[in-house]
Design a protein around this ligand. Sequence first.
Ligand code: FAD
Length: 159
Amino acid sequence: MLSVSAMSRTSSTSMPNSTSAQNATRAISPECEFALTEPGAGSDTQALVTEYAPTSNDGELSLNGHKKWISCAQFADIFLVFGVLGQRSVACLVGRGTPGFSIEPIRELLGFRAAGLAELHFENVRVPAANMVGKPGFGLSHVAAARPNEVPLLRRRER
Ligand SMILES: Cc1cc2nc3c(=O)[nH]c(=O)nc-3n(C[C@H](O)[C@H](O)[C@H](O)COP(=O)(O)OP(=O)(O)OC[C@H]3O[C@@H](n4cnc5c(N)ncnc54)[C@H](O)[C@@H]3O)c2cc1C
């Protein structure tokens, strides 16, 4: 089971698409899940087909694709979504509830029912370029090399 801790003192109002009615713990520590696996790709990032594309707005990317077997996706607030931008792999933060982003629970499992597994669907989802974690080509290594409290998942939102 893969997950990224997004511990942050970010307020709920500055989280992407978070609902203010959620409990205080989530406001202080939003749940962020690691979304790498796709129907045709596991740990092999070269096989990813989820795609980020430039838009006419320099500050935004367009995201299209499909993720599968994502832990706690039924409950998470934010997702670290891996994909390709041109020839390079990238990872960006995408908030639950962003237009074009839908979450499909995986039900009827023999086990892991409490894991909240789901598939993620992205259809022309607009993602701020500032939500990119690391540089193109280094998204996975950036996350793997960082200690949990050093991953700048949400810190940049505090500026
Ligand atoms: C309960 C559960 C929870 C999960 N939660 C998450 C989650 O939260 N987020 C998420 O993203 N995924 C999640 N997954 C998916 C899981 O991480 C993948 O199933 C896993 O990555 C296996 O992918 P794979 O089948 O490609 O096999 P892998 O184990 O990735 O690959 C199979 C073998 O091929 C090797 N290999 C990989 N790439 C290459 C290559 N290019 N060349 C040569 N050898 C290679 C690997 O080293 C490995 O030995 C979850 C799965 C389950 C069952």
